[in-house]
Design a protein around this ligand. Structure first.
Ligand code: ADP
Ligand code: MG
Length: 496
């Protein structure tokens, strides 16, 4: 009667619980076997997961190698002998002066090259009422225009400018304009820039090898409605550096970690062999996203990176960018998830329709999933929105995959930046360098860990440099206007 009594007492003591008693058959033997089998399965799973993610863990020695290769590529791009073959193009920008606070006036700025196309009106005041006011309007660039003809693209841009001028009620004004055009351009002056090649999502025809300022001028002429004084073509990195330089004169580097990745910095003229003159400095747009296009980082690229590259608009190009920037991180994660599912490690081995779609896993999901505040249940909800029916274990694995991909991105980006700050330190010939880096880009700003890991990596790999990171507020808009203002000021001085 032992069992019966036990059941009765338990029921009486906890009447709100429905307790069932089940007889075990040889628990010590079978139980031990079951525990072993489960542990075995989990261990095998863990091994395969670790194996898949191992290539994403870059040990310090590899990162030092990446830093050193980046340094070598920076040098190739600056030397006239090697410049033509260099993968990191080190494009001179003809931006030689930083703002000194005397800039003033009204400027138009265009921002093309990111997720959005924008037209801005920027009012800069100098002296004691020093300030920058901005008004902007965002315009969509439809996919068929991004990948249509160059004429269509520039006609569309001019159409947007016309709408903006109308909207602001300044149609008659012939304002100086700074054109932020965030693609590699070979410049011979501040207002001339030949497109080297499209990157990110753009692929309009008949633009590569053409001067973007000429194309814009011609489109304005075709429309024959207003005139603009195009003063400067500006890369977004340069705009970012300038915006931060306006607040902190120690800012001599600009970094973008958004849709793409890129860096610019002030280089000594004497080191820039392809530009005449040895005095002073000039800003160099490194176009470091192309780092690795000669194969020098192929040993750290994974099969997932190769798949992402092959499915991209520009296979074989921008290899470093494809491992480090917003346009691609989500896609790398998707490739890993597909592989893990095929191995039976995720989603019960079932690859959903949506997981097959390129681009479905956006980089913003990495930020959400890796956010420390997000409980696993919420991770599951995000996955559910993607049509992925996940268990709690799946969510843990997905979170691990996201972290592996974003951590590698931040560390690679940090290794590159370490090469740049260390070069600046050696240029100045100082034991310790204090320098500020102006940064823009949604990946840097919104990802919960990217910026911290990047900063830690720079500290690790460039221990003699004290680097301050400064967030840029709209470098593409404000920066373009500041560069236009500085160029105008210097031009006026030249004419006098
Ligand atoms: P751009 O570089 O195009 O000028 P952004 O700096 O805003 O513009 O970057 C946009 C990119 O940032 C998008 O392509 C996307 O990949 C990525 N992104 C958007 N939201 C997030 C987020 N919450 N966390 C991380 N990356 C994001
Ligand atoms: Mg941008």
């Amino acid at each position: 009667r032992y069992a019966k009594r036990l059941h009765k007492v338990v029921r009486r003591l906890v009447p709100t619980c429905d307790v069932r008693f089940l007889l075990s058959q040889s628990g010590s033997g079978r139980g031990a076997a079951v525990v072993t089998a489960v542990a075995h399965r989990l261990a095998a799973q863990r091994r395969r997961l670790d194996a898949a993610l191992a290539p994403f863990l870059l040990p310090p020695s590899i990162l030092q190698e990446v830093r050193d290769s980046m340094r070598a590529e920076l040098e190739y791009g600056l030397k006239s002998e090697t410049q033509a073959q260099a993968t990191v193009k080190m494009l001179p920008t003809y931006v030689c002066g930083m703002p000194d606070g005397t800039e003033k006036g009204k400027f138009l700025a265009l921002d093309l090259g990111g997720t959005n196309f924008r037209v801005l009106l920027v009012k800069i005041k100098s002296g004691r009422r020093r300030s920058v006011q901005m008004y902007n309007k965002i315009f969509a660039i439809p996919l068929e225009i991004m990948q249509g003809t160059g004429e269509e693209l520039f006609d569309h841009i001019v159409q947007c400018i016309a709408e903006f001028l109308e909207y602001m009620g300044i149609k008659g004004a012939r304002l100086p304009l700074g054109f932020t055009f965030s693609f590699p351009c070979r410049q011979t002056s501040i207002d001339k820039g030949t497109l080297v090649g499209w990157t990110k999502g753009f692929k309009a025809t008949d633009c590569e090898g053409e001067d973007v300022v000429d194309m814009l001028r011609e489109a304005i002429r075709r429309r024959n409605e207003f005139d603009l004084d195009i003063v400067a073509v500006v890369n977004d990195t340069v705009g970012t550096m300038m915006t931060c330089g306006y607040e902190d004169p120690n800012c001599e580097i600009g970094l973008i970690a958004g849709t793409g990745t890129n860096v610019c910095y002030m280089e000594d003229m004497k080191n820039i062999e392809i530009v005449e003159g040895n005095e002073g400095k000039m800003c160099i747009n490194t176009e470091w996203g192309a780092f690795g296009d000669n194969g020098c980082i192929d040993h750290i690229r994974t099969k997932y990176d190769r798949e992402v590259d092959e499915g991209s608009l520009n296979p074989g190009k921008q290899r470093y960018e494809k491992m480090t920037s917003g346009m691609y991180l989500g896609e790398i994660v998707r490739q890993i998830l597909i592989d893990l599912t095929k191995q039976g490690l995720l989603f019960r081995g079932h690859i959903s329709e949506s997981l097959r779609k390129r681009g479905i896993f956006e980089t913003k999901f990495l930020s959400q999933i890796e956010s420390d505040r997000l409980a696993l249940l919420q991770v599951r909800r995000i996955l559910q929105q993607l049509g992925l029916d996940s268990t709690c274990e799946d969510s843990i694995i997905v979170k691990e995959v996201c972290a592996a991909v974003s951590t590698r991105a931040a560390r690679l980006c940090g290794a590159g930046l370490a090469a740049v700050v260390e070069k600046k330190r050696q240029n100045r010939g100082v034991e310790r360098l204090q320098i500020t880096v102006g940064v823009d880009g949604t990946l840097y700003k919104l990802h919960p860990h990217f910026s911290r890991i990047l900063q830690e990596t720079v500290k690790e790999l460039a221990p003699q440099c004290d680097v301050t990171f400064m967030l840029s507020e709209d470098g593409s808009g404000k920066g373009a206007a500041l560069i236009t203002a500085v160029a105008k000021r210097l031009h006026n001085v030249g004419q006098k």
